[in-house]
Design a protein around this ligand. Structure first.
Ligand code: AMP
Length: 205
């Protein structure tokens, strides 16, 4: 099963991806996570990506495509994988078509007006990547590993505004791209996490 999760920033792609990958036993490939790891480790890719990420812009297609192509060639992807945050442009989708087969796309549809609060209230664990929201999280320690949770630098309001614009202009056209191919299912991302996951499972049956 080769899956793509499409959706605006804050639609819940990461949250649903964790559940899908645990249940279907496939690797979770998040380009955002890959970049954050590279930034933390100070690699050349990390340094390059940081200048774009901090501004809420997309990292250039050729950089992302190469990273994904290398990752998909690894052994653990042979039985399937889930792509979270890739593709984000039509050019990336076309590049993916060259290297991937039998893609199924799940589009998590959300009201863009609800996203500012969702994203600015988001907190993440810098150690294990677990995600939280200030509205439900008690304390500032990660429930999974005990590290102090933080706000992502690009989850500040000004950067979020830019990221949402980028989504509308560059990523949303992918909905039509995959609709035309006939491999896209849309789920209602405004429901609860559990309800969205039920819809996702139904779509995957
Ligand atoms: P995410 O964690 O998916 O929200 O990604 C965080 C940031 O990483 C994005 O705002 C982009 O700057 C960058 N990024 C992640 N995935 C991609 C992609 N497929 N293409 C370009 N930039 C990306």
């Amino acid at each position: 099963m080769n899956l793509i999760l499409l959706g605006a920033p804050g639609a819940g792609k990461g949250t649903q991806a964790e559940r899908i990958c645990a249940d279907y036993k496939i690797p979770h490939i998040s380009t955002g996570d890959i970049f954050r790891k590279n930034i933390k480790e100070g690699t050349p890719v990390g340094l390059k990506a940081k200048s774009y990420i901090d501004k809420g812009q997309l990292v250039p297609d050729e950089v992302v495509v190469e990273i994904v192509a290398l990752r998909l060639a690894e052994d653990d992807c042979k039985k399937g994988y889930l792509l979270d945050g890739f593709p984000r442009t039509v050019a990336q989708a076309k590049a993916l078509d060259e290297i991937a087969k039998d893609l199924r796309v799940i589009n998590i549809d959300v009201d863009l007006n609800a996203l500012m609060d969702r994203i600015t209230g988001r907190r993440v664990c810098p150690e294990c990547g677990a995600g939280y929201h200030v509205s439900t999280k008690k304390g500032d320690k990660c429930d999974k590993c005990g590290a102090t949770i933080v706000q992502r630098a690009d989850d500040q309001p000004e950067t979020v505004k830019k990221r949402l614009e980028v989504y509308v202009n560059q990523t949303a056209p992918l909905i039509e791209y995959y609709e035309k191919k006939g491999n896209l299912v849309t789920v209602d991302g405004m429901k609860s996490i559990a309800e969205v996951y039920e819809e996702v499972k139904k779509a995957l049956r």
